[in-house]
Ligand binder design. Sequence first.
Ligand code: NDP
Length: 340
Amino acid sequence: MPTTQKEIHLANRPKGMPTNDDFEFVQQDIPSLEENQVLLRTLYLSVDPYMRGRMQDTKSYIAPFQLHKAIVGGGIAEVAESRSDKFKQGDIVTGSLKWAEYSRISDQKIRKIDPAAAPITTHLGILGMTGLTAYFGLLDIGKPQTGETVVVSGAAGAVGSVVGQIAKIKGARVVGIAGSDEKTAFLKDELGFDEALNYKKDTFAADLANALPDGVDVYFDNVGGPVTDEVFKLLNTNARIPLCGAISSYNKEEDLGPRLQSYMIKTSALMKGFTVGNYAADFESGSKQLAAWLQEGKLKYEETIVEGFENTPDAFLDLFKGTNVGKLLVKVAEPEYAKL
Ligand code: NDP
């Protein structure tokens, strides 16, 4: 067992697009355990767009990261040492973990996962936060009906790729929007989307109108900005819009102004903001349904795995460059104590 380990701290509150200088690697002693604590050896860290918001010191639904303290996010770890009767060495767990090679944590703050039931990384993606976001946002707010048209932006990402597939399960016609021809081919050929469009093409607005002769009944919005402006022009009356994310604006400093309201009024559309945490009481049933669809072959998932703890900040920055297909994860270590 090593005696020291590395953590990644927030060095600055980024202005605009974050850079590597906004992160600092800090060598720390591995702390000894108190009663009801375990020592975790990190195996995977999730990097997620919402973490950009936590880098700012602004009022939000979740507290900002503290400067010069470890960044915290979804992770998978193995128990390296335990002073808890709930966990033993080798257990695989998930929870909100420090960006750290090792971390000491209360046994109340982690949950055991069964590595035999599904690959452990699925708990950070399709069976975890992003899968549940797709599931609840689409079904509770979007309510897609057979024969309706569902459009999803950020379609090749962790949330979007699941949204489109669930909409297909519900009998909708699904059009995905993503940032490269490779991604649009993946959506059509691998995930069974009816149509997929590259928003970076000059012809995007015309392509979108051509792909949507019957308009848009459900728009699951992951990106906001210019992509959403084009989709809004095609909304049908009584369209539903699960407003999930607006990644196009996360690194913008300027005031973006009221863009959406006139479209909302014109179409009597329902737009409802939500966070996945609103559905916490139903997470278990949501995960069960997703796992069942996965087993039945109705859902597929893709992961982009970046190797090496030292590459965690770069992986986070990749989210804004669009290099990932499916869930973007960092592989920190191979299990040492767990048998997978
Ligand atoms: P993704 O796996 O979709 O990764 C981010 C993707 O966003 C990139 O791959 C890139 O794909 C796209 N992107 C980046 N910059 C832009 C831009 N300027 N315009 C359009 N697309 C861009 O991330 P997630 O699936 O984890 O998250 C998707 C969205 O959902 C985010 O906005 C996130 O904040 C939100 N979210 C909200 C939750 C909630 O509870 N409300 C929970 C989880 C996520 P491309 O190549 O297509 O550009």
